[in-house]
Ligand binder design. Structure first.
Ligand SMILES: [Zn+2]
Length: 380
């Protein structure tokens, strides 16, 4: 078993699956990562160190980092706990042992032998407060967060800069990496190895191999029938063998964010957008998405709020909408005043339906406001 310093960060990327595996310490309460907790400092239950590989969606830690308000202690505490290895070596040994207990910093643990222990959250709070109040540390962290926010905005053109409009996300990344010295430096602070090997994702398969190696003289891995039978055996996980993909190692947390940003930019099916309503960063499958799905109020999401207000704005700016509303009100009134005359009702329903279709055609650019204007004149 190779010995690796646990404080290095490891990201392993599966071929086309956008999963990342982090080899750094996260402290979990139940199963939720502290980075995504709303008010971690007030959590009463014990915190548990989790030093497993953490299989999460590519970019989740980066997005969470961008969204933290690091000028507030609560958010800083989340950051501190999640990326504790950024700080651990500076904490005096006595207290470091209180946090890490029996964890050997230079041993790589596997699932079966993983030691579990509970962290004294008061010790964590004490040290995170010290770092939080250290102006130099704090300024640097805020500067780096701003650097990554600016970089994301540049790559995804979140500020709608005209001169960047016609470039692709990776062309913008390429420009950024050339013109920004700090970003360029992170692009060099990692090691990468890529073995053309396979990894097994099925415990039973692995156990079968082990059992056959110990019990039989023949090597099961050179037995075609054994391999076929094991791979065909039904199980809910699906594929049992994967290509390993590249594994990146770095000692620098910001180089880690760089590696993740690079891969999201190049994957071509995800974009980091900034919500036009709440300002939070989020991942979207569409490059043109404007709003996130967070709650804007208890009743309404940013997306619902954004669409509603932009619709209102458009209507206010467009005189044809005013004309449409006037005719609409007039027809509705005629129906109300003449409940006995069927013509008003059928005419109103038919007109309403056609007008709605017209509006949706304008939204999808199939028709224009001028055509709508003409139609309103003819149909009223
Ligand atoms: Zn939002």
């Amino acid at each position: 078993m190779p010995l690796t310093a646990l404080s290095s960060i490891e990201v392993s990327l599966y071929n086309t699956r956008a999963n990342e595996i982090n080899r750094f310490l996260t402290i979990n309460t139940a199963n939720s990562n502290l980075l995504f907790c709303k008010n971690a400092t007030s959590i009463k239950s014990d915190l548990l160190i989790n030093y497993n590989y953490n299989n999460i969606h590519l970019g989740e830690y980066l997005i969470a980092f961008l969204n933290l308000d690091l000028t507030k202690f609560n958010d800083f505490f989340n950051y501190f706990c999640t990326f504790i290895f950024e700080y651990i070596e500076d904490i005096p040994e006595k207290d470091r042992n209180k946090i890490l207990s029996n964890l050997n910093l230079h041993t790589k643990y596997f699932d079966i032998e993983e030691p579990k222990h509970i962290v004294d959250s008061e010790v964590l709070k004490k040290y995170s407060k010290q770092y939080f109040e250290n102006k130099e540390e704090q300024d640097y962290l805020l500067k780096m967060q701003q650097l990554f926010r600016d970089s994301v905005d540049y790559i995804y053109n979140n500020n709608k800069d005209k001169k960047l409009e016609k470039l692709s996300t990776y062309e913008r990344f390429y420009i950024l990496q050339n013109i920004n010295k700090e970003i360029r430096e992170f692009s060099k602070k990692y090691m990468c190895h890529y073995d053309l090997e396979f990894s097994l994702h099925d415990k039973n398969f692995m156990l079968n191999i082990l059992e056959n190696i110990t019990n039989k003289s023949k090597n099961p891995l050179s037995d075609e029938d054994f391999l076929i039978n094991n791979l065909l055996e039904r199980n809910q996980i699906g594929n049992k063998v994967y290509g390993v993909g590249p594994i990146f190692k770095t000692l620098d947390i910001y180089a880690y964010f760089y590696i993740v940003l690079y891969h999201i930019t190049l994957n071509k099916y995800e974009y980091i957008k900034k919500c036009n309503v709440c300002g939070h960063y989020f991942l979207s499958k569409k490059e043109t998405t404007l709003y996130c799905n967070n709650k804007y109020t208890d009743k309404i999401t940013c997306k619902e709020y954004g669409i509603k207000t932009s619709q209102k704005r458009k209507e206010n700016e467009e005189p044809v909408y005013g004309k449409y509303r006037q005719i609409y009100a007039k027809k509705a009134m005629a129906v109300k005043r003449n409940p006995d005359i069927e013509y008003y009702k059928t005419n109103y329903e038919k007109w309403k339906k056609e007008a709605k279709e017209f509006i949706s055609d304008i939204k999808s650019s199939k028709k224009t406001y001028d055509e709508f204007d003409e139609w309103l004149d003819i149909s009223k």
